[in-house]
Each structure stands twice: as structure tokens, then as C-alpha cells.
Write a protein that binds this ligand. Structure first.
Ligand SMILES: Cc1cc2nc3c(=O)[nH]c(=O)nc-3n(C[C@H](O)[C@H](O)[C@H](O)COP(=O)(O)OP(=O)(O)OC[C@H]3O[C@@H](n4cnc5c(N)ncnc54)[C@H](O)[C@@H]3O)c2cc1C
Length: 355
């Protein structure tokens, strides 16, 4: 069967599916990919996490070897994007400060200090009350919904990736044509918990509420990691002074409603954290809640052999990014694509044979 758009199918058009398509397209497979998703960039839904992200690169991710590697690859990817096409990609270099009250992941910070631009440990005398450790570095901030739309457009126009809007009833149904679909990437985010054929009981939602404000005086990304709270101020690139204020990390909470009490808590914590926010009363533009696709043990990036109508096929899981899909998504995608090099070689050979 000659390679076609059905050869590689990616289910999911959140940041993880889009980055998976990007890594494959950069290796020359764009015209052999179909992305199938119920929600596409530009849509909003409680079951589509990506548009609700803050969104920045931070030290919030896990401390295991995978998380460290994915972050490093993600940081390098964002650095390149910001340098070459930051404007159209809605990615910007931004000065950043991160504080920890108690639990400081020192080993991870030491690893990250090897690649973060302008990394510094802050003098203990300069730390706010209650903070035990702080660092500054240059981070990347993203306009999450616009960045997803940028990737969608780039994948279609530059690389010839095909997008299809469809809700699939099971993972098996993702093999669009059992004859020609050689590999499927499962990038379904939180839906991996309930999608027939996957039903991963390790997946759970982590609720976050954010407040979008207008505060053009804000230039610095700032975060405070507390024992039971997470406070952050993230300026949004190319948004005429919009800033995302947060937030919450409510493990196991799948409630996508917003609450006035949460908004009040975010406003008072961010005013205390950021001198730039405290300078002038910010105008509230929107309040939203999103559900991070978390997973016990971290994201699942794993190849699996499956049988579809009697034929051996390959399924690559790539989900469970939790609160790090934008910073780690490119790294996760790199691992997901690397694990099917043998299949890509065969697909590539078939594709060249047609020419
Ligand atoms: C408040 C908040 C703040 C955040 N801040 C940051 C941040 O600063 N930095 C950062 O890196 N990350 C941040 N995140 C986390 C980030 O948003 C997620 O890690 C990321 O969006 C997960 O992307 P995903 O592609 O796995 O899932 P999703 O974006 O949910 O995409 C899943 C896709 O799968 C599709 N799908 C699912 N089931 C089916 C089916 N049966 N048939 C067809 N299609 C299906 C959906 O339609 C969708 O297209 C934040 C999240 C929240 C909620």
C-alpha cells in the first residue's frame, strides 16, 4: 500500500498532538500525516486544555530524568522559535523570577542552571518574607491559544499536514484505514482516562483557575511555589498588555466552573507577589478554569504493538503532560517520534519508491 495522508495518524490537536506533528513534519513526513481531533486550535472547551494555559516555561515540572530531558529540549525549541519567528509564533523571551517557600527541587534547579539563559540564584536577603529560595533567568512566555493556531496554520500550509475534525469512539477507530495506517499517535490528553482501548486509570485532572487582566506595566514573569498553592503572573506576548494571573493546582478536581472566591484569592496573592501588578488596579477581562491532564508517574510516552483486524500495527502513546505541555511538549514529541524510527524508515522508503 503506497504511503498516503493516512499512513500516520495523530489523534489530538492540543499542544502535544501539534508538537508531535511538527517533529514528524520537520523530518519530512508532513504530507503523510492526518491529525484527527474533536477540538482544533481556535476552539474552546472544558475538555480541551491547551487554550487555557498561562503560559510559560518554569521549574514546575517533575524531577525525573524524562521530565528534565523534555524540559531541556522544550527550552531549546522555544529559544529557536523566539529568535526566528517569535512574533508570528506568539513566543517571547521574558525576564523571570521563581520563588519557593519550602520544598525546593535543588537537583533539578542545578540541572536546569546548565541551560537556562541568564540564570542566577537570588541573594537570600532579597527574598520576600516566607520564601526560602529564589532564582532568576530568562524564560519564554507564550500566548497559548494563538501559539496553537500558529502551529495549526504552519503545519497545514508549510508542511501539508491534513486536519480532520472528528470525535473517535475508541483508539481502534483511529486506524482510519487499517490497510494504510501504519502508526497512530495517541495525544488525547485527559481523554486517555476514558477512551475505550486506553482507559488509563493513572490519569486525573488538576484544576486551575486563571484571571486574564489588562496590565501593560507588567514585563516580568513571576511565580511563587508554596506548599499548598501556586501563584503566578505571566505577561502574554503580542496581546496589548494582557497578563494571566493564577492560580491553583487542585489535584483530582475536574470542575471546570469558575469561582469568585478563587478570583479574589488570585488577585490578592498576585498583588502581594508582583510589584508591577500592585502598581495599578488591573482591569479584569476574563476568568477561566482549565483541567491539566495529569498522570501518576508522569507523562506516558510509549510504543505499543496492537492488532487491528488481524494486522500488526503500532500505537504510540503521548499524553499526561499535566502542567507542562507547552514547555515539555516538543521534548515529549521528540521521544515519541524517535521510538518509531524503524517504521518511519519503511514509510519513507515506500514514499520515495513512488517518485
Ligand atoms: C490553568 C492552566 C495553566 C497552565 N499553564 C501552563 C504553562 O504555563 N506552561 C505549560 O507548559 N503548560 C501549562 N498548562 C498545561 C498545558 O495546558 C497542558 O499540559 C496541555 O495543554 C496538554 O495538552 P494536550 O495536547 O495533552 O491535551 P489537550 O489540549 O486537552 O488536547 C487533547 C486533544 O485530543 C482530542 N481528543 C480527545 N479525545 C478525542 C476523541 N475521542 N476523538 C477525537 N479527538 C479527541 C481533543 O479534541 C484535543 O484536540 C496549563 C494548564 C492549565 C489548565
Amino acid at each position: 500500500m503506497a504511503p498516503s495522508h493516512e499512513s500516520i495518524v495523530i489523534v489530538g490537536a492540543g499542544i502535544v498532538g501539534l508538537n508531535t506533528a511538527l517533529v514528524l513534519a520537520e523530518r519530512g513526513f508532513g504530507k503523510l500525516i492526518t491529525v484527527v481531533a474533536e477540538y482544533l486550535p481556535g476552539d474552546t472547551s472544558a475538555t480541551y486544555t491547551s487554550p487555557w494555559a498561562g503560559c510559560n516555561f518554569s521549574a514546575i515540572s517533575g524531577t525525573d530524568a524524562n521530565a528534565l530531558r523534555w524540559d531541556r529540549l522544550g527550552y531549546a525549541h522555544l529559544a529557536k522559535l523566539a529568535s526566528t519567528s517569535g512574533g508570528e509564533a506568539f513566543v517571547e523571551r521574558t525576564p523571570s523570577i521563581e520563588y519557593w517557600d519550602e520544598v525546593v527541587p535543588h537537583d533539578k534547579i542545578e540541572f536546569m542552571s546548565g541551560y537556562l539563559e541568564d540564570f542566577k540564584i537570588l541573594a537570600s536577603t532579597s527574598l520576600p518574607q516566607g520564601v526560602s529560595f529564589g532564582v532568576s533567568f530568562t524564560t519564554f512566555t507564550l500566548h497559548a491559544p494563538k501559539h496553537c493556531e500558529y502551529l495549526y496554520h504552519r503545519l497545514e500550509t508549510q508542511y501539508g499536514v491534513r486536519f480532520v475534525r472528528r470525535r473517535l469512539p475508541s483508539i481502534e477507530a483511529v486506524f482510519l484505514d487499517p490497510e494504510s495506517t501504519k502508526v497512530v499517535f495517541n495525544c488525547t490528553g485527559l481523554a486517555a482516562r476514558s477512551l475505550p482501548g486506553v482507559e488509563d486509570s493513572k490519569c486525573y485532572p488538576t484544576r486551575g483557575q486563571v484571571v486574564l487582566v489588562r496590565a501593560p506595566q507588567v514585563n516580568t514573569n513571576i511565580m511563587r511555589h508554596g506548599k499548598d498553592y501556586e501563584t503566578y503572573v505571566i505577561p502574554r506576548p503580542r496581546s496589548k498588555g494582557h497578563v494571566v494571573l493564577g492560580g491553583f493546582m487542585q489535584k483530582g478536581n475536574g470542575d471546570a466552573s469558575t469561582y469568585a472566591s478563587d478570583t479574589a484569592s488570585i488577585m490578592s496573592r498576585t498583588k502581594a507577589l508582583s510589584k508591577e501588578i500592585a502598581q495599578a488596579e488591573p482591569e479584569i477581562l476574563n476568568v477561566a478554569a482549565g483541567l491539566r491532564p495529569s498522570r501518576e508517574g508522569g507523562a506516558r510516552v510509549k510504543r505499543e504493538n496492537v492488532s487491528v483486524v488481524g494486522k500488526g500495527r503500532t500505537l504510540v502513546h503521548n499524553y499526561g503532560a499535566g502542567g507542562t505541555g507547552f514547555q515539555a511538549g516538543y521534548g515529549m514529541a521528540t521521544d515519541a517520534v524517535d521510538c518509531i524510527e524503524d517504521i518511519l524508515f519503511e514509510i519513507g522508503r515506500g514514499s520515495r519508491a513512488r517518485l
